[in-house]
Write a protein that binds this ligand. Structure first.
Ligand code: M6R
Length: 624
C-alpha cells in the first residue's frame, strides 16, 4: 500500500436545481482554483439517471479541454473538485471524485482522514478493492457499504462521518437519489448558497457567488443535505441545528481577473481599496469604534496581555501591528507563529487576549492555536478576510478585513488590510483604556484615512520604474531585505513574497542585526532592499539605517532604498530609490510594502513564472 494522498486545500462545489450542472460546476471550480490546482474533476447524475464522472491531473483547463473533446452527458445534480495534494502524485486516479457502490456513488473531499488506514484494512478484509492511493476513496467505499445496508444516503453519510477522524469536508451523491447532495464538515470549510429552486455547496462563497449572495455558514461537525426545494442541516447524530445566514458582501466580478494580467496584479492594484474598505464604518469624528466589538468593553479594559498568532504574511502583519498595539494601548504584545504556539506550553489565561490573523480563516495551524488558547481560558479575537470561515466561528469576536476575495496565492491586499485592522483594534482598545489622548486619536485617524490615496500614489509613480528594474534583475540569484522598527517585518514580508513567487533565495533582516552576522553575505553586486525610516519622524533610526547602507555599499552591495519623498541622505549611496509619501512612522509600513509587492511580481513575471499559482503552494493550508 503506497503513502496516502492527502488534500490540504481543495476547492469543492456542489449543485442541485433545474439547470444543467456542468457549466455551474466548472465556473465554480475556476473561481476556487486558487485553493488547489494539480488536478480537477466533476461528477453529474445525468438525465438518464446514470452517474457520469470525468477527472484529470493538471490544471482545470486540462479537464475543460477533455470535456470539450469528449463531451459527457449533463445533469442537474453534480459535484466538482480542484485538488492540491501533499503526498502522492497528482494523477488521474488520485484526482476526485472517487466512486464506489459499483460507480453509482461519487465523493469529493478536502482535508485528511487520519484513521483511513484502519478503515481501509477493515474494508480490504471484507473484499473491497481500491483504485487510488487516497484516503478519500476509503470514505467513498465505506459510504457505498453503508448505503447498501440502509438505502438512505443521508443516514449512511451520518454513519460514515461519525467514524472519521481528522479534518474533512466531504460531499457525496448517489445515482439512485438524484436531486440530493450531502455534505459534512469538521475543521474544514463548507458553506451553503441559497438559490431560487436551486441550492449550492462550496468550500467558500466564491463557488456560487455568481448565482446567489444568500449564504448559510455550517458549523463544526454538521451535515447538510441540499435538494432543489431546500436545505436541511443536522449534527452528526441527526439532530436539527440552527444555521447562521449571511449575505455575501462582494459580487462575482470581485473574484474575476477582469482585464488584469494576473490576480496578483489586480490585487496589488486593490491595496488602496482594501485599506479604505477596512476602515469604512469604523471611524467616527476622529475616533475609532468597531461596531462588531460592541458589548466587549470590559474584556478590553480587563486584559493584561495580547498574543497575536498567525502564519506567513499574516504573522508579519501581526509583527507590524505589535508596534502600534503596544505604543497606543500600553498592553504587552507577543507575536507568535501559530504552528509553534501550542507546542511550548505558553503562559496564557483569562486575562490574555489571543488575536488570530488569517486571510482565509481556514489555516489549520492558526485554527488549532485558537482552539488551544480557548481551552486555556484566553479570550480570542479573529482578524479575518473570509465570511463564514472557520476561525472567526471558533473565536469570541471577529474584525473582518474587507479586502475582497484574494485569489493569488501570494497575499498582498489582505496584508495591508490586516495591518489596518490591527491599528483599528489598537485605537479602539486605547480609547477604552484611556491610554491615548483625544488629539492623538484624531491624528492617527487622519493618517489612516490618508493611507489609501498615498498607496495609490506609490502605485502610480513607482510601478513602471520597479517593473523596469525588476526586469533587469531577472537573473539575480539572491536578494536581501533590511529594515528597522516597523520596517523590519516589512523586510520579512518583501523576502517572503519574492521567495514565494520568483523562487529566488531571499532573506529579510533587522538592519541592526547586520553586524552580528548577515553582513558576511554581502559581496559585490548583491542586491539589498533597505526600508529607510523617515528622517523627520525618526531622525536617530534614520541615521543608523543610512550608516547600515554605507556599510553594505562599501562592500559592493547594490542598494535599492525604499525612502520617504525628499529624503536626500540616501541618494549618494543608493543605486535605486523607490519613493513613498510622507506618513507617521507607524503608517510607513502600509506604504513601504507596496514597492516590494510590485517588485516580487515584476521579477516573477520577468522570469516567465505563473505569479498566481506558484509551484508547491496553495492559497491556504488546511492541514497542520
Ligand atoms: O489564510 P492565512 O492568512 O491564514 O494564510 C497564512 C499564510 O499561509 C499566508 O499568508 C502565506 O504566507 C501567503 N501565501 C504569503 O503570501
Amino acid at each position: 500500500m503506497g503513502a496516502p494522498t492527502m488534500e490540504p486545500m481543495c476547492g469543492i462545489v456542489g449543485y442541485v436545481g433545474p439547470r444543467d450542472s456542468q457549466a455551474i460546476l466548472l465556473a465554480g471550480l475556476a473561481r476556487l482554483e486558487y485553493r488547489g490546482y494539480d488536478s480537477a474533476g466533476i461528477a453529474v447524475i445525468d438525465g438518464a439517471g446514470e452517474l457520469d464522472m470525468r477527472k484529470r491531473a493538471g490544471k482545470l483547463q486540462v479537464l475543460r479541454d477533455d470535456l470539450s473533446a469528449h463531451p459527457m452527458p449533463d445533469g442537474t445534480t453534480g459535484i466538482g473538485h480542484t485538488r492540491w495534494a501533499t503526498h502522492g502524485g497528482p494523477t488521474d486516479a488520485n484526482a476526485h471524485p472517487h466512486l464506489a457502490d459499483d460507480d453509482k456513488l461519487a465523493v469529493i473531499h478536502n482535508g485528511i482522514i487520519e484513521n483511513f488506514s484502519e478503515l481501509k484494512a477493515e474494508l480490504l478484509s471484507e473484499g473491497y478493492t481500491f483504485r487510488s492511493e487516497t484516503d478519500t476513496e476509503v470514505a467513498a467505499v465505506l459510504l457505498g457499504r453503508e448505503y447498501q445496508a440502509s438505502g438512505d444516503l443521508v443516514a449512511a453519510f451520518r454513519t460514515v462521518v461519525s467514524r472519521l477522524d481528522g479534518a474533512f469536508t466531504l460531499l457525496a451523491m448517489h445515482r439512485d437519489q438524484p436531486g440530493l447532495v450531502v455534505g459534512a464538515r469538521r475543521n474544514s470549510p463548507l458553506v451553503i448558497g441559497l438559490g431560487e429552486g436551486e441550492n449550492f455547496l462550496g468550500s467558500d462563497v466564491a463557488a456560487f457567488v455568481e448565482h446567489t449572495r444568500n449564504a448559510l455558514a455550517i458549523g463544526q461537525d454538521e451535515i447538510v443535505a441540499i435538494t432543489p426545494a431546500g436545505v436541511e442541516v443536522t449534527d452528526f447524530s441527526g439532530a436539527p441545528v440552527e444555521v447562521e445566514p449571511f449575505e455575501v458582501v462582494w459580487d462575482a466580478s470581485a473574484a474575476e481577473k477582469g482585464g488584469w494580467s494576473s490576480f496578483m496584479a489586480k490585487e496589488v492594484s486593490e491595496e488602496p481599496e482594501a485599506v479604505a474598505n477596512t476602515v469604512r464604518g469604523r471611524l467616527h469624528d476622529g475616533t475609532v469604534t468597531i461596531p462588531e466589538l460592541d458589548g466587549m468593553d470590559e474584556l478590553f479594559t480587563g486584559i493584561r496581555r495580547i498574543v497575536v498568532i498567525a502564519c506567513g504574511t499574516a504573522a508579519y502583519a501581526g509583527q507590524t501591528g505589535k508596534y502600534a498595539l503596544e505604543q497606543w494601548t500600553r498592553i504587552p504584545v507577543d507575536v507568535e507563529l501559530a504552528h509553534e504556539f501550542r507546542y511550548r506550553d505558553p503562559v496564557i489565561g483569562e486575562d490574555t487576549l489571543v488575536v488570530s490573523i488569517s486571510q482565509s480563516g481556514e489555516t489549520m495551524d492558526t485554527l488549532m492555536a485558537v482552539k488551544y488558547a480557548r481551552e486555556q481560558g484566553a479570550k480570542t479575537l479573529s482578524i479575518c478576510n473570509t465570511q463564514g470561515a472557520t476561525i472567526p466561528r471558533e473565536s469570541d469576536a471577529v474584525i473582518y478585513t474587507h479586502a475582497g476575495p484574494e485569489v493569488a496565492v501570494a497575499s498582498t491586499k489582505a496584508f495591508v488590510a490586516q495591518i489596518t485592522a490591527l491599528y483599528l483594534l489598537a485605537l479602539h482598545v486605547a480609547r477604552l483604556r484611556g491610554t491615548i489622548s483625544v488629539g492623538e486619536q484624531a491624528t492617527h485617524v487622519r493618517e489612516l484615512e490618508a493611507v489609501p490615496a498615498k498607496i495609490q500614489r506609490v502605485l502610480e509613480e513607482e510601478q513602471t520604474h520597479i517593473e523596469q528594474f525588476s526586469h533587469w534583475m531577472a537573473d539575480t540569484q539572491s536578494v536581501l531585505f533590511l529594515g528597522r522598527h516597523v520596517g523590519y517585518p516589512i523586510a520579512l514580508e518583501g523576502a517572503l513574497k519574492l521567495k514565494e513567487i520568483s523562487y529566488i533565495h531571499a532573506e529579510g533582516f533587522a538592519a541592526g542585526e547586520l553586524k552580528h552576522g548577515p553582513i558576511a553575505l554581502i559581496e559585490p553586486g548583491q542586491p539589498v532592499f533597505v526600508i529607510v525610516p523617515s528622517p523627520r519622524e525618526s531622525a536617530e533610526l534614520h541615521k543608523k539605517v543610512v550608516s547600515n547602507i554605507q556599510e553594505i555599499r562599501a562592500r559592493g552591495a547594490r542598494v535599492i532604498a525604499v525612502a520617504e519623498e525628499g529624503d536626500a541622505a540616501v541618494l549618494p549611496f543608493a543605486d535605486e530609490v523607490l519613493r513613498i509619501p510622507l506618513a507617521g512612522p507607524l503608517f510607513e509600513p502600509l506604504l513601504a510594502v507596496v514597492p516590494l509587492h510590485i517588485f516580487a511580481m515584476g521579477l516573477a513575471t520577468a522570469k516567465g513564472l505563473d505569479v498566481d499559482q506558484p509551484r508547491n503552494l496553495a492559497k491556504s493550508v488546511t492541514v497542520e
